[in-house]
Design a protein around this ligand. Structure first.
Ligand code: F6P
Length: 551
């Protein structure tokens, strides 16, 4: 059913009127008026705690936002996704990453495929294979066990397993090191190849399509490197050092990887939603199948919450609606992700693909140009490092950027003092963004220090913080496989809900195609005569310069 343009819906218009009435009420005023905001605006789910009290919302705001979600038929759409309806309409595909982390029963069928049975059959293969590699039973061609895993993939075939391996660093098996190569820039592969020994290295070629140019080039280079550097190895030895993760069995076998060494998944798993599938193989290798299963179970717990909890207590729904409130009413154009956990260092870039490739769309499901804004820009870095880089802008810049703070109560390490210092910084930042420091407070402080009046006047605007800058804080007990699974699933469902509100297809990515086609044309022109003239003068000029360098 085509949806009306978002800005024409009754609940959007009600929100617009509400926005006009509340936009000048500051967070300080909201806290002063309702001392129990923390209890009122916080929710627990699947081992995560979300404090959303430091947002420019009242109970009335949230009521309007929930009404918007209902008017956009969120509950029906959610049900359709879990049931395997083909909600990825431009590719005629179901969206079933939730089935990858669901128990075997109840069984799920799609177009004659026994989804649950197939998922669990592949999981069993992953379990057997990872146990063999981790125990040293799987031997390289010269009889030595594997010490290094090199995942070659890009986008969803890289960002998920890379982020999760880093996040679960304390769970990694000593002596079995995961590496990730994604960029077509040979420096990426070269940097890894210089560290590893072909006799003890396992390459995982990860590509849903097995056609992605970067991955294919890196895979071929790795294969050549292996054959040139593995003393005494034959082509037939490749099978002990190359496995594939893909939906494309023909492509995998054409590359020279035996189908027996391929871990499949299916077209109903989007690349950026694929870490739960065999794309998670490097994770299972690094941390063990048991921990990988806990990771899946954590995500499943969040799925159940998202499916079953009323919208008013539904963490992904709340997170999504707050984002809509800021994007479509306050016109805030970016969201910063601030994990206060070093091992979550890759989480912001993971979310960049998840959110921006999913909802960075300008037309609705039925192809109409959107009249209201969609996905904001997602960016960020770990705290406390970000505080000494770009937090200046968050506190005093001309744009307001909502922040998601993410922290664990317990550290993964034993070093005394660090965790309290880290959490103190995290909580101080959200408080400072919310409260700011107003001119009268700054002035009183400088005067109390005996500063001359002319200096006070000159410094006052520079030292004043407007405050009223919103944030969420997501807390978990510790960074475990289960809590990490729940955290990722939280954001996946947030993206889903926002896609429903904005009425976009969150599961295709046509926007990345144009650049791929042009790059392949230019690649030909860089290496063949005569000088290309078919582009604009800038592109022609750049190609000509590169041709000279490459010739
Ligand atoms: O960047 C586009 C994209 O298609 C992503 O959606 C995907 O995760 C990535 O390329 C890699 O694709 P593949 O796994 O097919 O190599």
């Amino acid at each position: 059913m085509p949806q009306p343009a978002l800005n024409t819906t009754a609940s959007f218009q009600a929100l617009h009127a509400h926005y006009a009435a509340v936009k000048d009420t500051s967070l300080r005023e909201l806290f002063a008026a309702a001392p129990s905001r923390f209890e009122q605006f916080s929710v627990k789910a699947a081992g995560l705690f979300l404090d959303y009290a430091k947002n420019n919302v009242t109970a009335e705001t949230m009521g309007h936002l929930f009404a918007l979600a209902r008017e956009r038929q969120l509950e029906t759409r959610r049900q359709a996704m879990f049931a395997g309806a083909k909600i990825n309409t431009t590719e005629h595909r179901a969206v079933l990453h939730t089935a990858l982390r669901a128990p075997r029963l109840p069984a799920l069928e799609l177009d004659g495929q026994q989804v649950s049975a197939d998922v669990h059959a592949v999981l069993e293969r992953v379990q057997t294979f990872t146990a063999a590699v981790r125990s040293g039973t799987w031997l390289g061609y010269s009889g030595k066990p594997i010490k290094d895993i090199v995942n070659i993939g890009i986008g969803g075939s890289d960002l998920g397993p890379k982020m999760v391996c880093q996040a679960l660093r304390p769970y990694q098996q000593a002596g079995l090191t995961p590496h990730f190569v994604s960029n077509v820039d040979g420096d990426d592969l070269d940097a890894v190849l210089t560290q590893v020994d072909p006799q003890t290295t396992l390459f995982v070629i990860a590509s849903k399509t097995f056609t992605t140019a970067e991955t294919m080039m890196n895979a071929h280079s790795a294969r050549n490197w292996f054959l040139q550097n593995a003393a005494g190895a034959q082509e037939s030895d490749l099978r002990k050092h190359f496995v594939a993760v893909s939906t494309n069995v023909e492509g995998v076998t054409a590359f020279g990887i035996d189908a027996a060494n391929m871990f499949p998944f299916w077209d109903w798993v989007g690349g950026r939603y694929s870490v739960w599938s065999s794309i998670g193989l490097p994770v299972a290798l690094a941390v063990g199948f048991e921990h990988f299963s806990e990771f899946l179970a954590g995500a499943h717990a969040m799925d159940r919450h998202f499916q079953d909890a009323p919208l008013e207590q539904n963490m992904p729904v709340i997170l999504a609606l707050l984002g809509v409130w800021y994007r479509n009413f306050f016109d805030y154009r970016s969201v910063s992700i601030a994990p206060y956990h070093q091992d979550l260092g890759n989480f912001p870039s993971y979310l960049q693909q998840l959110e921006m490739e999913s909802n960075g769309k300008r037309v609705s499901l039925d192809g109409a140009t959107l009249e209201a804004a969609s996905c904001p820009i997602i960016w960020g870095n770990v705290g406390t490092n970000g505080q000494h880089a770009y937090f200046q802008l968050l506190h005093q810049g001309t744009d307001v950027t909502p922040v998601d703070f993410i922290a664990t109560l317990h550290a993964s390490h034993q070093l005394p003092g660090h965790q309290a210092a880290l959490l103190a910084n995290c909580f101080a930042q959200s408080e400072a963004l919310m409260r700011g420091k107003h001119a009268d407070e700054v002035q009183a402080e400088m005067q109390a220090k005996g500063m001359p009046a002319d200096q006070v006047a000159a410094l006052l605007p520079h030292r004043t913080f407007p405050g009223n800058r919103p944030s969420n804080t997501i807390l978990m007990e510790a960074l475990t496989p289960a809590s990490l699974g729940a955290l990722i699933a939280l954001y996946e469902h947030k993206v889903f809900v926002q896609g429903v509100i904005w009425d976009v297809n969150s599961f295709d990515q046509w926007g990345v195609e144009l650049g791929k086609v042009l790059a392949s044309n230019i690649l030909g022109e860089l290496t063949t005569a005569p000088d290309p003239q078919g582009h604009d003068s800038s592109t022609n000029g750049l190609i000509a310069l590169a041709r000279t360098a490459l010739s």
